[in-house]
Design a protein around this ligand. Structure first.
Ligand code: HEC
Length: 445
């Protein structure tokens, strides 16, 4: 579980999200054979304009980088040969580090950072060459979880920067600049791009994660709030905080806005269900949650409440489909439970007010509970409370209170201590049940 917004100097933040660094890393730091076979290996057979194929020279015996000779009549390697090629290629890379991998540096032009000389020529003129990028992806994906600790992207909503925090050291390791009033942040599944909604210009900023440079500004249909991305990363969905209410769809391949979906009321937040089939937008003004069918890109159904809709999170059935939505509401120190199948609110859970008594000095009683998340194993629900200055844990599916984590207080000069004002909650990609368990305390009942 990543920390709340009270880290370091008091600074109010709206979005706290983790780059899914390990989403593109195998858990044990091993190179991925399937990716090698389907994506990397074909590069060795491919003819690049003006060059002989890698295959042409590297089947010679005695080459360190040695490729198997194709069987007569076949245009691709057999399973056994692919395994041999995988072995040979693997010994020439440093898992997780393309920039230290001989397989990548030797055939790369020196001007592009490659080795000084390769008898087989400068096969890749630049690191942007798609084949070189694919090689890099294969190597990078083998980073061990420890060398790829999660980073936290903090949109400084009252400023014009996004801080990137290394979670293992709690240090700011990068700053994304040039985005005034950044609101929501999300990532491409491969972790190469960061998408940030920009309130001052009403655009979606597309940022290259490695260099922190803005690569494109996509104009939106109105003033944005939060955003999310569809499961395969094909579409970014941005909530538009303007009447009558809409969600912009930006295709990530073309980086063009392709559609504006009408929903009930100006949108504050937007989420995608874990099965990737629906998006759900929430409106504070219209007190509504609108469920959008992502196939048709149209509103399918909605739930109305008596209070503004704040953050939401989802519980899944065994088959992955959505079972319940947990919805935080304005002025409620708790959350509503919506049954997805019957499309109705079925319960409302109120949090304990202990251990702390906060929220009024901080002027946050309009959102006493903001930030809610189902743990990746689906077995618990974690809910922020500004009033209690704590995070409560409930078991799933029972919704029984299990315990809480107290949050730190802050001591502003000439004022009484204030709470941490937890506004968001997210889970680091390497979270597991034991790390959560060690932090929890007995419930205060
Ligand atoms: C024209 C023949 C030729 C082609 C084509 C060629 N290479 Fe080579 N490559 C060599 C020779 C000869 C060496 C050993 C001498 C040297 O290091 O330059 C070598 C060395 C290497 C090495 C260092 C390990 C070793 O076996 O010595 C790597 C890695 C490598 N090549 C990768 C590639 C890749 C990847 C391609 C295709 C994108 C490629 N080469 C295409 C001839 C070739």
């Amino acid at each position: 579980m990543a920390g709340a917004c009270g880290m370091g100097p008091p600074r109010r933040c709206r979005a706290l999200s983790c780059a899914n660094g390990t989403e593109f890393a195998t858990p044990n730091g091993e190179l991925d054979y399937e990716f090698f076979k389907t994506t990397v290996q074909p590069i060795f057979l491919k003819e690049r304009p003006g060059h002989a194929r890698c295959y042409g020279c590297h089947i010679a015996s005695g080459r360190v980088f040695h490729l198997a000779t194709l069987s007569p009549g076949l245009s691709d390697w057999t399973e056994e040969q692919s395994r041999q090629n995988f072995q040979s290629s693997s010994q020439l890379v440093v898992p997780g580090k393309p920039q230290s991998s001989r397989l990548l540096l030797h055939p790369l032009a020196p001007e592009a950072g490659g080795d000084a000389f390769h008898s087989g020529g400068r096969q890749f003129a630049s690191q942007e060459d798609p084949d070189w990028t694919a090689l890099g992806q294969w190597v990078r994906s083998a980073a061990s979880p420890s060398s790829h600790a999660a980073r936290i992207y903090l949109t400084n909503s009252a400023g014009n920067t996004v801080d990137v925090i290394e979670s293992s050291t709690n240090q700011v390791v990068q700053v994304i600049r040039g985005i005034e009033l950044p609101h929501g942040v999300t990532f491409s599944p491969d972790g190469n791009r960061v998408y940030i909604s920009n309130e001052s210009e009403s655009i979606l900023d597309v940022v290259d994660r490695e260099s922190a440079k803005i690569v494109k500004k996509v104009a939106l249909s109105g003033h944005p709030n939060n955003l999310t991305i569809t499961k395969g990363g094909g579409r970014v969905l941005v909530g538009i905080r303007e009447d009558p209410g809409s969600v912009d769809v930006i295709e990530t391949k073309s980086l063009e806005r392709t559609k504006t979906i009408s929903v009930d009321g100006s949108v504050h937040k937007i989420f995608v269900t874990p099965d990737g089939k629906y998006a759900v937008s929430g409106s504070i003004e219209n007190k509504a949650a609108t469920v959008i069918d992502l196939k048709t890109e149209k509103a399918a159904w909605e739930v109305k409440f008596d209070r503004g809709v704040r953050p939401m999170t989802f519980e899944s059935n065994q088959d992955g489909s959505t079972r319940r939505i947990f919805v935080q509401l304005s002025g409620l120190n708790g959350f509503a439970v919506v049954d997805f199948a019957s499309r109705k609110e079925v319960a409302r859970i109120v949090l304990p007010e202990h251990p702390g008594v906060f929220g009024s000095a901080e002027e946050r009683l309009g959102t006493p509970s903001h930030g809610i998340g189902v743990a990746p194993d689906g077995k618990s629900l974690w809910v922020n409370s500004t009033i209690a200055n704590a995070v409560f844990k409930y078991s799933l599916p029972e919704l029984q209170l299990v315990g809480y984590c107290p949050l730190p207080t802050q001591q502003p000069a000439n004022h009484a201590a204030i709470g941490a004002v937890p506004e968001w909650i997210t889970f680091t990609p390497d979270v597991n049940a034991s790390t959560i368990r060690t932090r929890e305390r007995d419930p205060y009942l």
